[in-house]
Design a protein around this ligand. Structure first.
Ligand code: NDP
Length: 223
């Protein structure tokens, strides 16, 4: 049985990852910034965690005590400022919120839950990034989100280097263009297809794959 800690599990991809893992008998420590706003499945373990809040990560790490986390999935994310320069507001608050959520959030989680990962036999960290952060696939516009996901992938690559001596594998993933509140109903795939692929990739993540940026179906993405 695998124990996952998933951030941003209240809806979308995070919620589906939680449901998919629970359905196959795995254990999930789900986190959400406002857990009281969500109807959780019977028996779900849910903790309040705003990923922008570094001390809150440390408090949750203490609550978890000596428990083991096999796979940390840094999923929580926001997408603000979808326009192009000149036709949308890219203000300070949007930059701050996005960089704190999409970049600092995964870092705070890795930092806080390292001791729990270190107890696992084959510890893994998955940072849910986006191919919109790939400079090789730059499409223009959405600057805040693209920059944040470029940084999230970069974070995964650097953590992979630093955590290799401890045997902790780290990779960044693009979940596909998924029909969620963020992806919108126009997106290419449903959430089941995305999370089935992601769970498979995360389960298979070995030290040999550490530091890579992968599509939910396993293909490497240039960044
Ligand atoms: P949704 O907008 O549907 O869900 C986002 C989730 O993140 C919600 O659970 C939300 O919680 C949570 N969240 C946002 N901010 C915080 C915070 N500060 N603290 C804790 N939780 C927070 O997005 P998706 O499910 O589609 O996206 C999940 C991840 O996948 C994101 O990182 C996104 O960038 C990435 N992604 C998605 C794609 C898509 O097509 N959908 C494509 C590429 C990447 P709350 O309910 O409280 O708002």
């Amino acid at each position: 049985m695998t124990t996952y800690l998933i951030t941003g599990a209240s809806r979308g991809i995070g919620r589906a990852l939680m449901a998919g893992a629970l359905a196959r008998g795995d254990s999930v420590i789900a986190t959400a910034r406002n857990p009281e706003n969500t109807n959780w499945p019977e028996g779900a373990e849910v903790h309040a965690l705003d990923v922008q809040d570094q001390p809150a990560h440390r408090r949750l790490a203490e609550v978890l005590g000596t428990r083991t986390i096999d796979a940390l999935i840094c999923n929580a994310g926001i997408y603000l400022g979808r326009g192009r320069i000149g036709d949308a507001a890219f203000d300070t608050a949007d930059w701050q919120a996005t960089l704190m959520t999409n970049v600092a959030g995964p870092f705070f989680a890795v930092e806080a839950f390292l001791p729990h990962l270190a107890r696992a036999k084959a510890p893994r960290i998955a940072i849910i990034s986006s191919q919109m952060g790939s400079s090789a696939r730059a499409g223009g516009g959405a600057y805040i989100y693209r920059a944040s996901k470029a940084a999230a992938t970069n974070l995964a690559v650097n953590l992979a280097k630093d955590l290799a001596p401890q045997g902790i594998a780290v990779a960044a993933y693009h979940p596909g263009w998924v029909r969620t509140d963020m992806g919108t109903s126009a997106a290419a795939i449903d959430v089941e297809e995305s999370i089935t692929g992601l769970l498979q990739q995360i389960d298979d993540l070995s030290m040999a794959e550490s530091g890579r940026f992968l599509f939910y179906s396993g293909e490497e993405i240039p960044f």
